[in-house]
Design a binder for this molecule. Structure first.
Ligand SMILES: Cc1ncc(COP(=O)(O)O)c(C=O)c1O
Length: 400
């Protein structure tokens, strides 16, 4: 098993000087110091409109282009297959305005996704009079999974689009996206749109290997700045119109979907994130998994030992099955009350709620407005932090 030097990793994040334990990483991760420096350096040295022939404009163009190159490489995509935007929510909404589907065409929507990958498609269906088929996995389960075999029954020759999450921001359970893509592509011209926002901070993603048509992630959850990125394969782009001005090129995904340009100083800082994570093939992610597996094993051992706690998502800590985003509910204890009690007395930063997966939490699981308690860890969290949280929570839970 790969070893991991957590203190060296933490030294690269300026936020760890603060008196706060960061366990809300599925909401947003801490930012690398190298990213902050890159943004500042860009603004000081090259803050002009790119595309000009003068020296500083050339520097600006080149730095922005490096951001595109690094983002594409991160997903094993081509440069013309990615676009940056202010958020995953915005990019998916933009994407939904590019499809010229016909009345009566069908779209299959995962019911357990974050609303960012539901709302745009519902509104597209309303605009174009499409038929929505809801992909609701295993009613009554506390670990609903989007299984390729269940999808087969929802597809028809009229299916144009299927949506799913790689890993839900509540459940942390990893889906077999490659197998799902294979099923989707048994239908000619059907497209698969995957929400990778919760998955990307934890595992390297190879969009070609997965065989997806669209894949979205948010860099502010992957130790970077507050922007997001969408991948669309060249083939999938053939089915898209453009949102760009009529006189501009329509060759790249960025031409088609990014309105204006994405924030220059943030895009150009992405190489600092990818340099930190390293290429998947070089094995630098192995140590990250080892640390995360240690953390999730420790937390899940505690949670599964308590008969009055329901875990929502995979109960096993197996790194092939889940990520360290762990949600649960204590019987007889409001999730909000548990979190707020510890906020008053400790420095643990974690959350309660539905986290914009409102159908999943409030309808499918039938939980009230205070939803689940979510502890979302990443590789820079320490075993001591997780043990400390368990001790603090147990002080409240054992009194019930
Ligand atoms: C799984 C998932 N998808 C989509 C989003 C939306 O991302 P953004 O904030 O970039 O719009 C989030 C945000 O929390 C998320 O967790």
């Amino acid at each position: 098993m790969a070893t991991f030097d957590v203190e060296t990793a933490r030294s690269k994040f300026p936020a760890f000087k603060e008196d706060q334990v960061f366990l809300d990483n599925a909401g947003g991760s801490q930012i690398l110091g190298s990213v902050v420096e890159s943004i500042s350096d860009y603004l000081i040295k090259s803050n002009v409109q790119f595309g000009g022939g003068y020296k500083v404009s050339k520097a600006s163009s080149s730095r922005y282009d490096d951001g595109i190159t690094a983002g594409a490489k991160f997903l094993n995509a081509q440069k013309d297959e990615i676009a940056y935007g202010s958020s995953a929510t915005q990019l998916l909404r933009n994407l939904s305005f590019t499809f010229p589907f016909q009345e009566g065409d069908e779209i299959v929507l995962s019911a357990i996704d974050h609303e960012a990958n539901i709302a745009p498609w519902k509104s597209l269906a309303e605009r174009l009079k499409l038929v929505i088929k809801s992909w609701v996995p295993q009613e009554g389960s506390t670990n609903p999974k989007l299984l390729p075999e269940d999808l087969k029954g929802l597809l028809s020759p009229k299916t144009r689009l299927v949506t799913c999450t790689h890993a839900s921001n509540i459940l942390g359970t990893i889906h077999d996206v490659k197998a799902i893509a294979e099923v989707v592509h048994t239908i000619p011209n059907a497209l698969l749109c995957v929400d990778g926002v919760s998955y990307a901070p934890h595992r390297p993603v190879d969009v070609k290997e997965l065989g997806v048509d669209f894949y979205v992630l948010s860099w502010y959850k992957v130790f970077g700045p507050h922007i997001a990125m969408l991948y669309a394969s060249r083939k999938a782009q053939e089915q898209m119109g453009t949102l760009g001005h009529w006189f501009n090129s329509q060759v790249t995904l960025e031409n088609k979907i990014t309105l204006g340009s994405c924030c220059y100083e943030l895009v150009q800082s992405i190489p600092a994130v990818t340099a930190y994570l390293g290429p998947a093939k070089a094995g630098s992610w192995g140590g990250l998994h080892a640390q995360e597996t240690l953390l999730q094993t420790t937390l899940l051992e505690y949670l599964t030992s308590k008969p009055n706690i329901t875990i929502y998502g995979e109960r096993s800590a197996d790194e092939k099955l889940r990520l360290p985003t762990v949600s649960f509910k204590v019987a007889g204890l409001d999730s909000r009350e548990l979190v707020e009690t510890l906020e008053r007395t400790t420095n643990f930063g974690f959350r309660w709620g539905a986290f914009y997966s409102n159908y999943l939490v409030n309808e499918y699981f039938g939980l009230d407005a205070s939803g689940v308690v979510r502890v979302s860890m990443v590789h820079y969290n320490t075993l001591e932090e997780v043990k400390g949280l368990i001790e603090a929570m147990d002080g409240v839970i054992s009194k019930i």
